[in-house]
Write a protein that binds this ligand. Structure first.
Ligand code: SF4
Length: 468
């Protein structure tokens, strides 16, 4: 059984895509461990399948170069990205692993194989290092969604541990919760301690929440046009200004306190939740710092629903926020084990659908729902995303992606409310049924709807995205 920690599902990094940016970035970082730096002569990058078709729009080439330079997506100052890439272009040289500068022409040494897809996975890249001694080191990596990387020989390399309550399907999760008489997050607190001590878990959960909150705040305070050539205007700024009646805040916590002090009705709540999601995904589209949740394209859903919980719920607490993330993470990992969180494998149901299901379960537990109701909420949220295709215009994670996060967030809140007011015993469809249906739909889905930008909206609107 695959072992997935909540911190494999939630990763702090850089937009715009977990599978097309974070995964290839991680592959390049891993490849550095294979290189003999003293003898290195040349590097080559080969992108296949969806990584070739939408790689430009998703910044795959940029991510691989940053990874080869030794930058980490969690810590890189995002404002340095443009300069670092420009430096390679101007000097035709790459400072590999911050150790050795070698000649590198991105136009020649990064090859987009538009007509070739490797059999093992639609998101594949091969990295080659040619040494002066003639030695060739070559490795193919598959970016299988959510920033996870595999090779032909290895699965994701998280250290294997003895988890007390192993879970593959929702049914097992419910069985453990019932047997131990605990909630989902209580069970998760026990399982997570197989990887790290409790104090570290607290710190990491709080870091995730803080990063999400800062991302929402940054997105609400930036105006202008998103990069990439589609000329998409940022909208969170104006929405936030209108909702905040033009007030300006220097610090995120002052802004949060202000929103909490407002008397918000139904339509304002909808606007705020939409504004939060737009803000995150506008940041994601512009190489901003985001939390993969479970992907970058869908990284606005969970922060928007968490903000809804933290700002508009009477029950909200720091503990509740941590438990929300735990429960949502476990639901995400069940989807990954039973189906996929890769849009190149399953379309947008695997991104927005899964994030909506995760958020629905997290919110339900925090608002007092039992484990059955939490999984019922996850099932409802996914049920109404089944079959959703991935068709980003121009290969950019902007249209329909940014607005789609608002829809995923609102559906999660609705699913939570339905579940909280239902008896799960009377539900005809279980979470496991919907996960299996999602996978069957993914298998049957035409390739042009799986992050290739060859079908759907992407084929209706013809844009020429400039080379950058
Ligand atoms: S359409 Fe959905 S799955 Fe595809 S890139 Fe956009 S958010 Fe991701």
């Amino acid at each position: 059984m695959e072992q997935i920690s909540v911190f494999d599902i939630f990763k702090i990094g850089v937009g715009p895509s977990s599978s097309h940016t974070m995964g290839p970035w991680k592959a390049a970082q891993l490849f550095l461990e294979e290189i003999d730096f003293l003898d290195l002569n040349q590097l080559e990058v080969h992108l296949y399948g969806s990584l070739a078709k939408t790689g430009k729009g998703h910044g795959t080439d940029i991510a691989v170069q940053l990874g080869l330079m030794g930058y980490d997506p969690k810590t890189i100052p995002v404002e340095e990205i443009d300069t670092a890439i420009e430096d390679i272009k101007v000097n035709q040289a790459l400072f590999v692993g911050e150790r050795i500068r070698i000649p590198f022409n991105p136009n020649e040494q990064i090859v987009f194989h538009f007509d070739k897809t490797l059999e093992a996975h639609p998101n594949a890249l091969t990295l080659k290092a040619i040494h002066q001694s003639g030695k060739l080191v070559e490795q193919t990596y598959y970016s299988v969604g959510g920033g996870f990387i595999t090779t032909d020989d290895t699965q994701e390399s998280e250290t294997r541990v003895d988890i007390k309550f192993p879970v593959q399907w929702g049914e097992e999760l419910l069985k453990w919760c019932e047997q131990e008489d605990v909630s989902i997050h209580e069970l998760l607190w026990i399982n997570e301690q197989a990887w790290r001590p409790k104090e570290e878990i607290y710190l990491k959960l709080d870091e995730i929440w803080e990063t999400m909150k800062q991302c929402v705040f940054r997105g609400c305070n930036r105006k202008g046009i998103l990069p990439g050539g589609l000329n998409v205007k940022r909208r969170a700024f104006e929405m936030n200004s209108q909702l905040s009646e033009g007030k300006v805040f220097d610090h995120v916590d002052d802004w949060v306190d202000y929103i909490k002090s407002l008397q918000v009705g139904f339509s304002e709540t909808l606007k705020w939740v939409s504004c939060f999601a737009l803000a995150v995904n506008e940041e994601n589209a512009s190489f901003g710092r985001v939390v993969t949740a479970p992907t970058n394209g869908a990284s606005g859903v969970i922060p928007a629903v968490l903000m809804y919980y933290a700002l508009f719920s009477e029950e909200a607490s720091q503990e509740g926020i941590r438990n929300f993330i735990m429960t949502a993470g476990e639901v995400g990992s069940i989807f990954k084990k039973g189906s996929t969180i890769s849009a190149a494998m399953g379309g947008c149901q695997a991104e927005i659908g899964v994030s909506s299901a995760m958020a629905a379960a997290g919110l339900t537990e925090c608002l007092g729902g039992n484990p059955q109701q939490a999984l019922m909420a996850a099932e409802i949220a996914m049920e109404h995303h089944l079959g959703m295709t991935c068709d980003p215009i121009g290969g950019l994670v902007q249209i329909p992606c940014i607005e789609r996060n608002t829809m995923g967030a609102i559906k999660a809140i609705t699913a939570c409310q339905i579940a909280l007011n239902s008896d799960p015993k009377s539900a005809l469809v279980s979470l496991d049924d919907v996960i299996k249906s999602m996978w069957e739909t993914a298998v049957d889905m035409n390739t042009k709807y799986k992050e290739t930008s060859e079908g759907g909206l992407a084929s209706q609107i013809s844009v020429i995205v400039p080379e950058c």
